[in-house]
Write a protein that binds this ligand. Structure first.
Ligand SMILES: Nc1nc2c(ncn2[C@@H]2O[C@H](COP(=O)(O)OP(=O)(O)O)[C@@H](O)[C@H]2O)c(=O)[nH]1
Ligand SMILES: [Mg+2]
Ligand SMILES: [Zn+2]
Length: 310
């Protein structure tokens, strides 16, 4: 006897190529394939379905597998270029409530440029973003001072900052509470401690934690595929493989200032409404820079992103 095919709904948790893991509404994980026709829509993207996508699928009880038949409209998504200079995009994740960048000031140190690109990308896609400084157990007084300075800059810009040690457990409970009933993206350099932090938040997950390569002092790529994990408090965390580049593909240059919240509030006060905040007279952003409302570091990142080839 052949069992009836069921049409169900779910969320994409993992995609490793031909098989896509879907979390059905009852919480069970089902391996699905994609109906061939969707590949066409994904022409300019390396992945037609993204982690976090809400989908409908036909479930075949006899095989225990499914076939994705529909991808529902995304509330939001975050993308990067598949490779540098490439026009092909890779959707990192969709339908996010919050994006967290796991930052480290030691082993490996996250660059300011990387932090700002991440924040610009998230802000540009209207995804609230925060920074989590990890490995505070390793910070000496000089690094503690640096951490304080950075926290001031980013909190002033409107991004909440948290300081934790995934290893020692400092403030992990606080992060866990933030995740409650939300879908959160964890991003950051490989080796920043994303997997270690998820393990600390939800003991028992046993995510593979990487070793730091002694030669490069950079993390090795242990996490290969983005994956969504369910927390027992109703939250979901999407762990992403070490992402090196955030490409600001969809953005016009004129949109970049609004992706710096501390600049955004000043924009109406610039004399010219097409002000690029570089050489124009009576520019509120440059005045903000002089008065200390805008940090030099953030302004330099703005210039660097503005001058990107794209
Ligand atoms: N000292 C210290 N090491 C940590 C901490 N969190 C993670 N690590 C180490 O950093 C390395 C990379 O961690 P991992 O979670 O794999 O990083 P991921 O690539 O971002 O997932 C591992 O050797 C971890 O043990 C921390 O809070 N303090
Ligand atoms: Mg990892
Ligand atoms: Zn201006």
């Amino acid at each position: 006897m052949i069992s009836e095919i069921l049409n169900l709904r779910g969320v994409v948790c993992k995609s490793t190529g031909s098989w896509i893991t879907v979390r059905a509404e009852n919480g069970s994980k089902i391996q699905c394939k994609l109906k061939g026709q969707f590949r066409i829509h994904g022409l300019r993207s390396t992945n037609p379905v993204a982690i976090g996508d809400r989908i409908a699928f036909d479930y075949f009880p006899d095989e225990g597998t499914g076939l994705i038949t529909q991808i529902f409209a995304r509330d939001n998504y975050i993308i990067r270029k598949a490779t540098k200079l490439s026009k092909i995009t890779h959707i990192i994740a969709a339908n996010l409530d919050h994006a967290y960048l796991i930052v480290t000031l030691a082993k490996p140190r996250t660059s300011n440029g990387f932090i700002d690109r991440f924040l610009v990308t998230a802000t540009g896609y209207y995804i609230p973003a925060s920074l989590i400084f990890n490995k505070i157990d390793l910070y000496d007084p000089a690094l503690k001072k640096k951490e304080k300075e950075l926290r001031e800059i980013y909190e002033n810009a409107g991004y909440p900052c948290y300081s934790v040690s995934a290893l020692r457990g400092d403030c992990v409970y606080q992060i866990r509470d933030l995740m409650k009933d939300q879908t959160s993206l964890f991003s950051g350099y490989s080796g920043a401690g994303k997997s270690a932090l998820i393990n600390a938040i939800e003991p028992g997950k046993d995510l593979k934690v990487g070793r730091i390569s002694k030669v490069h002092n950079k993390g090795m790529h242990t996490t290969t595929f983005a994956e969504m994990f369910d927390l027992s408090n109703g939250g979901y965390i999407i762990d992403t493989p070490g992402i090196k580049e955030f490409g600001l593909i969809d953005f016009e240059k004129s949109e970049i200032p609004r992706c710096f919240p501390e600049m955004d509030t000043l924009l109406p006060q610039c004399q010219f409404n097409n002000c690029t905040h570089t050489h124009e007279p009576n520019c509120a952003v440059k005045e903000g820079l002089n008065s200390g409302k805008i940090s030099r570091m953030r302004y330099n990142s703005y210039l660097s992103i503005l001058n990107d080839e794209s």
